[in-house]
Design a protein around this ligand. Structure first.
Ligand SMILES: Cc1cc2nc3c(=O)[nH]c(=O)nc-3n(C[C@H](O)[C@H](O)[C@H](O)COP(=O)(O)OP(=O)(O)OC[C@H]3O[C@@H](n4cnc5c(N)ncnc54)[C@H](O)[C@@H]3O)c2cc1C
Ligand code: SF4
Length: 548
């Protein structure tokens, strides 16, 4: 199938790029064919975010989004920030927070629902959307430029052989430009970074894992429009992270916990830290008498400006969190995802309509230039020292530094801190680390992984090749178990990795429960030797998030 632009990923960046291309074509009376591939069973099924949304970018895309009925229904009306200690907390008035952390003028949304709405707008504008199709392979022209992508085969058995009567080969989609909008740690994006050396001019990306639940709570516990953030307990002072708690419409609360993936203790479990956090007396009361209705997890970029790779390469571009435009102190990336999708679309439109007959598509240099002159760049520039200052000086030092830098200088200081590490290299050996004794879940406020995965509605065809591939089968036991007590058992928020043994405790083996995977990509990031390579399973597999 031939298109002008193929977009891989139906998140905020991919859908906005597709819409912007169609808007530009309509303004100019031109014909541009655009298609979007989405690995989730529907648009929004794999979207997990906080989310408080800065409406700046969506307002540029649709100045009349309010009349059009975009689901940004809950303006932020109140906010709190608390530094948690084990028995109590210290509140910081919103007025004293650095400007990027203030949320006046923003909206509490379900990003999944925003994407569903963007998907409807895209379809109405003539974009072809194919949910349930994962782009599994990048296709190249003979000159090395990107030719498009191929979707994965359906109906391949666990043994790698086609299943009788069920096999449907993947399809090739060719395009003049292919946009990779896979979000944080995209599986094809990772290959492109290597093929085109896109990280040559930047630092390696750093990440966090965000784990989230959606609760329905009694009306008396709920204050529509309230935003609560915390730092501190249950994490120690040298581990980066914190929580968000957003009061949505309909007596729902979105609650989540983020842990920086440069954590050092191999015994740490981000999932268990999140469960523990909910038991804090200043937090637990929100959930009293309530019911947890959804669960999920997703990695997020934390590297910011220093880690933005080269954005354009022959035949394609990286947009949104595939490149990594998350603003860490704001805890927001959706506005930057939308805006970068729009900028890439504008560059592609000009290149497509300006190209002579038979001329090869040019590298979209106009897109990185537009980014460098945009408010996205300015915002990331001002935020650039926040995350590395926490890595350098821990919670107290990082908070003090950030307070001074952001309040007095708005981030406009003449120095830029480096991150100086890769997340997978940060674990201490088990012999140097202290095991953490996590409390047992009570099934009311705190839960185990399996009952959590159950309400992520995750579903994978079981008879298919395992999509958590290992470069070397011996590493999990001989290296990870030996040196780090198999940290994949703890960093995976879905219980995919289990060390199983014979009845007498001998013969440890790694069992991969791939059907539980919620596509958060943490294992691909944190595995100490980068032995785990996440590849796309059959399209349509994975979580089926409602309004996450
Ligand atoms: C816990 C958490 C809290 C957050 N809180 C906020 C917040 O409060 N406010 C805010 O603005 N931002 C927040 N963010 C960040 C925000 O979610 C991201 O910046 C935003 O979702 C990025 O959009 P994207 O389109 O680049 O990628 P995504 O939203 O990740 O979308 C990518 C899409 O591509 C699909 N895809 C991936 N690979 C393939 C493939 N090979 N083939 C087909 N489809 C594919 C995925 O299924 C997905 O639907 C948060 C993120 C997390 C994880
Ligand atoms: S297997 Fe990997 S990608 Fe899947 S849920 Fe676990 S850590 Fe996330």
């Amino acid at each position: 199938m031939e298109y002008d632009v193929v977009v891989v990923g139906g998140g905020p960046s991919g859908l906005s790029a597709a819409i912007r291309l169609k808007q530009k074509a309509e303004e100019a009376g031109a014909e541009i064919n655009v298609c979007v591939l989405e690995k989730g069973s529907e648009i929004g099924a794999h979207i997990l975010s906080g989310a408080v949304m800065d409406p700046r970018a969506i307002t540029e895309l649709f100045p009349n989004w309010q009349e059009m009925g975009a689901p940004l229904n809950v303006p932020v009306t109140a906010e709190k920030f608390m530094m948690l200690t084990e028995p109590s907390s210290i509140g910081v008035p919103a007025k004293l927070l650095p400007p990027p952390m203030q949320n006046h003028g923003n909206y509490i949304v379900s990003l999944g629902n925003v994407c569903r709405w963007l998907g409807e707008q895209a379809e109405a504008a003539g974009v072809e959307i194919y949910p349930g199709f994962a782009a599994a392979e990048v296709l190249y022209h003979e000159d090395g430029s990107v030719k498009g992508v191929a979707t994965g085969d359906m109906g391949i058995g666990r043994d790698g052989q086609p299943k009788e009567g069920m096999h449907t080969p993947g399809i090739e989609l060719h395009a003049k430009y292919t946009f990779f909008a896979e979000g944080c740690r995209g599986s094809l994006t990772k290959q492109l970074m290597e093929k085109f050396d896109l990280q040559e001019h930047c630092e390696p990306q750093t990440y966090g894992i965000g784990i989230k639940e959606l609760w329905e709570v009694p009306a008396e516990n709920h204050q529509e429009g309230l935003v609560v953030h915390t730092a501190g307990w249950p994490l120690n002072r040298s581990t980066y992270g914190g929580s968000f708690l957003y009061h949505l419409e309909g007596n729902q609360i979105a609650v989540g916990f983020v842990v920086g993936l440069d954590y050092q203790n191999p015994y740490l479990s981000p999932f268990e830290e999140f469960q523990r956090y909910k038991t804090h007396p200043d937090i637990a009361h929100y959930f009293k008498g309530g019911k947890r209705v959804a669960y999920g997890a997703r990695a997020l970029n934390e590297g910011g400006l220093q880690c933005v790779p080269d954005l354009a390469f022959p035949g394609g571009a990286l947009i949104g969190c595939a490149a990594g435009f998350m603003n860490v102190p704001k805890i927001k990336g959706s506005h930057n995802a939308i805006k970068t999708g729009m900028m890439a679309a504008e560059a592609a439109f000009d290149a497509l309509t300006g190209a002579g007959e038979g001329e090869a598509p040019k590298v979209l240099e106009a897109y990185p230039k537009a980014y460098e002159n945009s408010w996205v760049y300015k915002e990331l520039y001002q935020a650039r020292n926040v995350r590395p200052s926490f890595a350098k000086w821990g919670l107290i030092g990082g908070t003090l530094y950030t307070g001074i830098e952001q309040m007095l200088f708005r981030g406009n200081v003449p120095w830029t801190f480096k991150h100086g590490h890769r997340d997978h290299e940060s674990l201490k050996k088990k012999s140097e680390a202290k095991p953490i004794d996590y409390p047992k879940p009570d099934g009311v406020l705190t839960f185990d992984r399996l009952s959590s995965v159950f309400i992520s509605n995750t579903n994978h065809e079981e008879d298919q090749p395992v999509h958590l591939t290992l470069k070397d089968d011996s590493v999990p036991v001989q290296h990870n178990l030996e040196l780090y007590d198999a940290p994949e058992q703890r960093f995976c928020p879905a219980g995919v990795y289990e060390i199983v043994r014979d009845d007498d405790g001998s013969n440890p083996q790694l069992q991969i429960n791939a059907q539980n995977c919620v596509h958060c990509k943490t294992c691909d990031i944190k595995d100490p030797t980068q032995n785990i390579n996440w590849v796309t399973p059959e399209g349509g597999g994975g979580p089926n998030y409602p309004n996450m």
